[in-house]
Design a protein around this ligand. Structure first.
Ligand code: ASP
Length: 326
């Protein structure tokens, strides 16, 4: 019997105690707690890691404060376009979707891509068509509308920036202005990112990972981030680990960060915590900001990040924790 373990995140970025109200913090913690309970119940009753990560991410997608599912940010055209991916560490099967609209739980659609098609990634109209054929739950535009996200879009449009989640509320810093001049200038320096994810190890030692996002406020041009890409934002392999990332997606794609953790374990023969530390150092070296959650087949969990904060939580037989700040 393996030790069951579950870890979750609700995004990383400039999340500061000084800018958080007690009420809002309570709400975030409650959202994380509900998600942890959902996945833990599945694992505790002998359910699979795959079911646990899917249902945990559904819970995070249903929570209005995270940038995924219901709380997704708006594109330039005022729409919600969502990306998600899921991977089964037992078989290496994976499924992903990009630019889906009005799908209540994009992670469930990603799992259907994995299980019902010979493909891994479906995008845009085709993915929406597939969603209809699979008769997944759809929700009207109003379900995805949050005033907070709408105000973010109006501000981002006015300033002509593409933005990773809550950045519009902050005054642009000198570093932000500098970043606008560098080659990744289309994206404002992330202040707080709200993508969600879960990784799990079940009682028989199978691993799985799932990640879901609304992407970036004011995004245009069909941008796809790391969340939809196996290896970049999501990876799971029983022999090494399961990983779900959050942060400035372009850098997670450059660093192939989720797979980077697994590859370091595999080729260097190092443990999860050393591999995770090295992968975050590499992400930092290439200029990326954010973090990830990961679990191995012995139920060890790590939640490293290089940003000011990351909404995160984990549960094992011996410990349970929900944290926000550094
Ligand atoms: N990684 C996501 C993306 O680039 C954003 C996030 O994690 O908040 O789309």
């Amino acid at each position: 019997m393996s030790k069951i373990a579950l870890a979750i995140h609700g995004g990383a970025g400039t999340i500061l105690r000084s800018t958080m109200t007690p009420e809002l913090e309570r709400e975030y913690r409650a959202g994380l707690e509900t998600a942890l309970n959902t996945g833990w119940q599945i694992l505790e009753s002998g359910g699979s890691a795959l079911d646990a990560v899917e249902q945990t991410v559904c819970s995070l997608e249903d929570f209005h404060l995270f940038n995924a599912g219901r709380g997704s940010v708006f594109t330039h055209d005022g729409k919600n376009e969502m990306d998600a991916s899921i991977m089964d560490g037992r078989t290496l099967d994976a499924g992903a979707i990009a630019f889906v609209r009005n799908v209540k739980n994009p992670i469930t659609l990603a799992r259907l891509v994995m299980e019902k098609t010979p493909h891994i990634l479906l995008a845009a109209d085709g993915a929406n068509q597939f969603a209809k054929e699979m008769a997944v739950d759809f929700a009207p535009d109003e379900y995805f509308f949050t005033e907070h996200r709408w105000q973010q879009l109006l501000k981002a449009r006015e300033e002509g920036i593409v933005q990773l989640d809550h950045a519009a509320e902050e005054q642009e810093s000198v570093e932000d202005a500098e970043q606008k001049r560098n080659p990744k200038s289309k994206i404002q320096n992330p202040k707080s990112l709200g993508t969600v994810g879960a990784v799990a190890c079940d009682a028989v030692g199978n691993l799985a990972a799932a990640t879901s996002t609304g992407g970036m406020t004011n995004k245009k041009f069909g941008r796809v981030g790391d969340t939809a890409l196996i290896g970049a934002g999501t990876y799971a392999e029983n022999a090494t680990c399961a990983v779900s990332c959050t942060g400035h997606g372009e850098f997670f794609m450059m660093g192939v960060t989720a797979y980077d953790v697994a590859a370091r374990m595999k080729y260097r023969g190092i443990d999860l915590s050393t591999a995770a530390k090295q992968a975050i150092e590499h992400l930092t070296d290439i200029g990326g900001e954010g973090g990830f959650i990961a679990v191995d087949g012995s139920g060890n969990v790590v939640l490293p990040f290089n940003s000011d904060g990351m909404y995160r939580g984990h549960r094992t037989a011996d410990s349970s924790e929900i944290e926000i700040y550094r």
